[in-house]
Design a protein around this ligand. Structure first.
Ligand code: ADP
Length: 700
């Protein structure tokens, strides 16, 4: 196995396979980004949601004991105040209202005064006929005196028997007395009627009493006794309102509206003295405040019955837990409540239901927790409802909802939401991140591959250089040996006086001199090359005439060619009027001599032709060319021949002596002149080496 192959396998096993495995795992991890991010966000928001629940639950739990204590002492049940305190019984802004419900879902607290059913107010239908005669006098004959007499007959008969009939008859008398102008008498009748029904707590009784009082007030008004008029109205209102028993709803509303409207005129009534007015207004303020509270309680109770209790029922039937959250919706608004079972003794269970203030939950529980989460300039936390509408802090336009986590069980209708700037979804975020990671991975892999390539190339190059160096050593030893052998041989010939005549002696000495020259040239090349490579070569630049230089070099080269090879034609052609070129003369001669030597060496033609030329290449450059009709250089070798120690291994050139340093040296010299080397060649036809030089290297 060659070095290269070994290296290749080593790299595959130690670098490429681990890289592929690593890249595959990384890719998998990258592609699993979405789940990873989602899981990470979800985890952190589950923790967030949990801390919100815990805070809410702790608050609710803390109340549980308080409520049990209060219930235990029976502060609420049975002993509650006339006007129930629905809004803040626990003195905690988080709890809007508290209800106590028994296991039949009847509200025990706050206690509501029941309304009587309409049917309980009789219209006297069953004994209406006894008024027939009296009605005839009153409504058809318009004989009010006669009518009074008829009504009084009924009063006398019915007295102590049927109170409803008596009440109706007395009303009729008072009405007729008013019609005949006997106001005082009418007043008396009404007052008698009021006393008669004062202690009645049934709806019928309350109805008569209320009507009697209203009539009395009316008479006061007629008599211009304004203070008594309002005082009576206020008494009537208090009677209707604070009474433990209540009229049927419609009647109550009728009275309540009528009284409210009349009492509203109090401020503008000029008939009242300032002092009287102050007193009356004070009374009115108290009654109206209590009435508003009662109305609110009534509304709240209705809502509770309609929305909250069905939820409680479902929760108890489904979950069978003794505490939990209840949520319900009225219109688009969400409500939240919490219930807990309370042991009432005697195997009785009641449920305490608290409605919770959601705005308070947001402002004082959720928001501080969210804010403690921080969030950066690219992240926005908020709470959204099921329609993804923000309940708190609406995210700015360029932020998009990426992930949300339900706030169940406390706030099932809300979610904690995370918005990210300019990223529309989790998919986009993970795609965006994956792209960055894949990009990074690709860059790393590419760099790795480039690194591997460079390592291999450098290694292969070094291996080749080492091989070429060893070739060089064997070449050079051969190159050195050949002239030395012939020097030794001819020196011995001379020493042993084996020459026959002076001619032969001279020939021997000429050969010795030529071989010594060859040796010196060889050593020169090696030394020059070493100097160049170690950058120890000192150039002496000066302007020179190229034509002269080339001519002299060619002339000298000719003298070095052995006589038998004189079948070589060498020409020098230079463009006329070329300016002088700034060069190191000695180095340039060396370079051209090398080119000439190659042109001569690598030529198997019987008639060798070498053409040396120089001409302008561009405005500030000149080109020197050495063209031969030699063996030529294969295309793929034309670049490599400039490498140090490189020699073409073709059969035609193999036997030709050389070191592989010549062209490398030439190129180094040309580069020191800021010039360039070029080669054009065709196998079997010949080669042309060109040196392109600036006229003045300083301007190159
Ligand atoms: P050397 O001649 O000492 O081998 P060089 O560096 O001068 O080393 O040349 C490198 C190789 O280029 C030579 O081995 C030869 O094969 C090829 N070469 C150089 N000049 C010519 C030429 N003029 N014609 C054909 N081949 C050439």
């Amino acid at each position: 196995m060659s070095y290269e192959q070994k290296l290749f396998f080593l790299l595959v096993i130690l670098v490429v396979i681990p890289c592929i495995v690593l890249a595959t795992f990384s890719l998998q991890a990258i592609l699993g980004q979405r789940e990873l991010i989602e899981q990470k966000i979800k985890e952190s928001y589950t923790a967030l949601a949990y801390s919100i629940h815990k805070r809410v639950f702790d608050r609710v739990k803390a109340k549980e004991n308080q409520v049990s204590g209060i219930l235990h002492k029976q502060v609420w049940l049975g002993k509650e105040p006339a006007i129930p305190n629905l809004s803040t019984p626990l003195n905690d802004p988080f709890f809007k209202s508290v209800y106590v419900v028994d296991n039949e879902y009847t509200i025990l607290y706050p206690k509501e005064r029941p309304h009587y059913a309409v049917a309980e107010v009789t219209m006297l239908a069953e004994n209406y006929n006894i008024f027939e005669n009296a009605h005839l006098y009153e409504f058809q004959k318009n004989d009010f005196i006669g009518a009074i007499a008829e009504y009084q007959k009924i009063v006398a008969e019915e007295k102590g028997q049927k109170l409803e009939t008596l009440g109706y008859a007395l009303f009729a008398i008072a009405r007729c007395q008013t019609k005949t102008g006997q106001t005082d008498k009418a007043m008396e009748t009404y007052q008698y009627l009021a006393t008669l029904f004062r202690d009645r707590s049934d709806p019928q009784g309350i109805h008569f009493l209320a009507n009697a009082k209203a009539q009395i007030a009316g008479i006061y008004k007629m008599q211009k006794d304004v203070f008594a008029y309002y005082q009576t109205l206020l008494e009537l209102f208090a009677f209707l309102f604070y009474n433990e028993y209540r009229l049927p709803h419609a009647l109550y509303c009728y009275h309540s509206q009528m009284l409210t409207q009349r009492l509203s005129q109090m401020e503008e009534d000029a008939g009242l003295l300032a002092e009287e007015k102050g007193k009356l207004l004070e009374q009115r303020r108290k009654i109206w405040r209590d009435r508003d509270i009662m109305l609110a309680v009534e509304t709240a109770l209705n809502t509770t019955r309609k929305y909250l209790l069905p939820q409680l029922k479902i929760a108890l039937e489904k979950r069978n837990a003794n505490h939990g959250y209840l949520d319900y919706q009225i219109g688009s608004q969400h409500f939240l409540a919490y219930y807990q079972a309370i042991d009432m003794g005697d195997n009785n269970t009641a449920y305490v239901v608290y409605t919770l203030d959601l705005q308070y939950a947001i402002d004082d529980i959720i928001l501080p927790i969210l804010q403690s989460q921080g969030g950066g300039k690219d992240v926005w936390f908020t709470v959204i409802d099921r329609e993804e509408k923000a309940v708190i802090s609406v995210a700015p336009a360029q932020f998009f909802l990426v992930v949300s986590q339900s706030l169940s069980p406390a706030f099932p209708f809300w979610q904690v939401a995370v918005y990210l700037k300019n990223i529309r979804s989790l998919d986009e975020l993970s795609r965006y991140r994956s792209q960055i990671y894949v990009g990074g991975l690709v860059v790393v892999v590419v760099i790795l591959l480039i690194g591997i390539y460079i390592t291999i190339a450098t290694f292969v190059h070094e291996v080749k250089t080492v091989r070429m160096q060893s070739d060089f050593l064997s070449n050079i030893s051969h190159e050195l040996k050949t002239p030395l052998t012939s020097i030794k041989m001819f020196a011995e010939t001379l020493l042993l006086e084996r020459t026959r005549n002076k001619e032969e002696q001279k020939e021997c000495l000429q050969i010795i001199a030529a071989e010594t020259d060859r040796l010196r040239r060889l050593i020169d090349i090696i030394l020059e090359f070493a100097k160049m490579k170690q950058h120890k070569k000192i150039f002496q630049f000066a302007p020179h005439d190229l034509k002269d230089l080339l001519q002299e070099t060619v002339d000298y080269f000719k003298t070095q060619i052995p006589d038998k090879d004189k079948v070589v034609e060498m020409t020098v052609a230079c463009e006329a009027g070329l300016p002088q070129v700034v060069i190191d003369r000695e180095a340039m001669v060396e370079a051209i001599t090398n080119l000439l030597s190659n042109a001569y060496k690598y030529n198997d033609k019987p008639h060798k032709k070498i053409e040396v030329s120089c001409q302008k290449f561009s405005a500030n450059r000149v080109v020197i060319a050495v063209k031969d009709n030699g063996i030529g250089i294969p295309k793929q070798e034309q670049r490599r021949i400039f490498q140090k120690f490189y020699r073409i291994q073709n059969p035609q050139a193999r036997h030709i002596e050389g070191t592989g340093l010549g062209l490398s040296l030439v190129e180094s010299i040309v580069k020191a002149h800021h010039g360039k080397m070029k080669v054009q060649s065709k196998l079997g036809v010949g080669s042309e080496f060109s040196i392109v030089l600036p006229f003045n290297r300083a301007q190159a």
